[in-house]
Design a protein around this ligand. Structure first.
Ligand code: PMV
Length: 339
């Protein structure tokens, strides 16, 4: 039936950047100033249904059941325009999206949102794209979304144009049993979106140095993952996070994503490490702290983080798989779907 061909549901995980993307060479196409490496986060997900509907005269976006207009809808429609162009039709879509984790707080909700949208829209449009092309397409919605298309440990090759800028798996989920204990210190949406933050990156006197030093950090991170060398990973991950936040704090105007509890978590992580437990921190564009440790230390680390004043809760996540989609056979699939 024709209507069934035009509805699909996409699932994807957010990812935590171990080597971070901050700043674009081409803001429109989201060609980044530097390559990056991340780990998908199992247990956290975005579920998005896209339904191309001949009755609609514009795209309709619903987030957590509420219709949303403005910038978010424009970004979604821009990605759907690319899909419509490739598929050769002009139908508008109803898009329904749900996250099972806080949105816009530095837990990469835009990454999983645009990855899920990309796979759902392509599936619904009957397009069979390679993982590389799905990654390129997701990148145009939100840069880090390209890293949520492949599974496991993922590298985004910066590239220099639309064709060469995409992400691929460098190690599968089973390669290394790392855990990301996310210390949630705020669930409020951040004051400055990463989209606006990327624009400011160039205004920091530290950005040029950060970018020119990135190939070395990427290589250290690749090697640490390959050899499952936690100490080497911890060193480069914390350095890279500190470098990005140094750029953020010294841009014009300066931004500060941290809150007092963010710093308290950093200090606790350092203390735990001094006492001999393998652990490190990394922070995206938000106040919440991603605390990475080997799987066997999860309960201990999580308990320590939960004791810090200002930590509201700790989410524990393991390496996650790739984005995927299912064709909806009927409307009821949206309430039946789970991940
Ligand atoms: O994809 P964006 O525009 O939401 O940017 C993501 C930026 C960081 O999360 C701070 C770093 C990264 O590489 O994910």
């Amino acid at each position: 039936m024709v209507e069934n061909m035009y509805s699909a549901t996409g699932f994807s995980h957010p990812n935590i950047a171990l080597i971070k993307y901050w700043g674009n060479r081409d803001a429109k196409l989201r060609i980044p100033s530097n390559g990056s490496i991340s780990m998908n986060l199992d247990g956290l997900y975005t579920r998005t249904q896209v339904w191309f509907d001949p009755q609609l005269d514009h795209d309709k976006l619903f987030l957590e059941g509420h219709q949303v207009a403005g910038t978010a809808q424009k970004r979604v429609s821009a990605l759907l325009d690319r899909v419509r162009n490739m598929a050769g039709f002009a139908l508008y879509a109803r898009i329904q999206s749900h996250n099972n984790f806080p949105t816009g707080t530095g837990i990469a909700s835009s990454a999983s949102a645009f990855a899920a949208l990309t796979v759902a829209a392509c599936c619904a449009a009957g397009l069979e794209l390679s993982q590389r092309d799905l990654s390129r397409l997701a990148r145009t919605g939100s840069g880090s979304a390209c890293r949520s298309i492949p599974g496991g440990f993922v590298e985004w090759q910066a590239g220099d144009d639309d064709k060469s800028s995409y992400a691929f798996t460098i190690a599968p989920t089973s390669h290394w049993e790392l855990v990301d204990c996310i210390a949630v210190v705020s669930q409020d949406p951040k004051h400055t979106s990463s989209e606006d933050g990327h624009v400011l990156a160039e205004s920091s006197p530290l950005q040029t140095t950060r970018i020119s030093d990135t190939p070395g950090r990427l290589e250290k991170c690749r090697q640490a993952i390959k050899k499952r060398d936690f100490d080497a990973l911890a060193e480069v991950v914390e350095l890279d996070s500190n470098l990005m936040h140094a750029v953020i704090m010294t841009s014009n105007p300066p931004l500060l994503y941290w809150q007092p509890a963010t710093l308290a978590v950093i200090q606790t992580v350092k203390e735990i490490r001094t006492q001999g437990t393998a652990v490190c921190y990394t922070i995206d564009a938000g106040p919440n702290v991603h605390v990475i440790c080997p799987k066997e230390d999860t309960d201990y680390i999580s308990a320590q983080l939960n004791q810090i004043p200002g930590v509201q809760k700790v989410l524990t996540t393991h390496p996650g798989g790739p984005a995927r989609c299912i064709i909806d056979e009927d409307e009821s699939i949206t309430s039946k779907s789970s991940i």
